[in-house]
Ligand binder design. Structure first.
Ligand SMILES: [Fe+2]
Length: 232
């Protein structure tokens, strides 16, 4: 089975998501982008998917694109096309991407606090592994936690080899970090503090790049997925 492209769908007030099929190391994981409309009216596009005329028209109907966000070292694939299309949009990415993507005019590096660009609407923290930082966001108005690869889950509708991978990785029908990601959390104490800080946010749904959206019992789902870190 393959992941189907979805329309830009409003998940909550001021927050939209869109999913597309995408293979990563031949695994049909799909990916998902999140668009937030800030109180200034500007759109903040997180982990953008491929840009099309349809999508541009849909965005034009909800606001001007003000910010493009690459939340970890892997989710930057379409940023160049987006920046060509919206050259005035500010470009934010995690540590390490500035070296990897020297072709892009970055505005800044995502840190443990939100920059003034979106602090009025969005909380922010960094989850660090040995491999990469992932910037995690909370859109207050829609009560949505926006993750990228931190939690990943694989379900019966996914392709058989992705399901097999998930059984080995620990993500079969269970949103959590893949085993290799868990092993790359070398500094467990600060990581645990980050998880505790996230649990203080008042979210009732979770967007993740790979897997189903979480729209019920979101806090329990997040806590369960991070229990391996919280318990020690
Ligand atoms: Fe990813």
């Amino acid at each position: 089975m393959t992941i189907q492209e979805t329309e830009l769908e409003e998940l909550g007030p001021g927050l939209w998501v869109k999913r597309i099929p995408l293979r990563f190391f031949s695994m049909p994981m799909g990916t998902r982008m999140t668009v937030m409309r800030l109180t200034t009216g500007y759109l903040r596009v997180h982990s953008p998917v491929n840009i099309t005329d349809d999508l541009k028209a849909q965005l034009a109907a909800i606001g001007p694109v003000g910010y493009l966000v690459a939340p970890n070292r892997l989710h930057h694939l379409y940023i160049r096309d987006w920046h060509d299309e919206y050259p005035d949009a500010k470009l934010w990415g995690v540590r390490g991407l500035h070296k990897k993507r020297k072709d892009l005019p970055w505005t800044g590096v995502l840190g443990h606090e939100p920059p003034p660009d979106w602090a009025a609407d969005v909380d922010q923290v960094l989850f660090r592994t040995a491999y990469q930082d992932e910037a995690i966001f909370f859109h207050r108005r829609s009560r949505t936690l926006v993750l990228t690869d931190l939690l990943e889950s694989v379900w019966p509708e996914d392709a058989w080899h992705y399901r097999l991978f998930a059984r080995l990785a620990g993500t079969w029908r269970f949103p959590t970090l893949t085993r290799d990601q868990r092993l790359s959390v070398f500094k467990r104490r600060p990581a645990r503090e980050v998880v505790r800080r996230i649990l203080l946010w008042d979210f009732d749904k979770i967007v993740l790049a790979h897997g189903r959206l979480v729209t019920e019992n979101a806090k329990d789902v997040f806590r369960d997925g991070m229990r391996w870190l919280l318990k020690d």
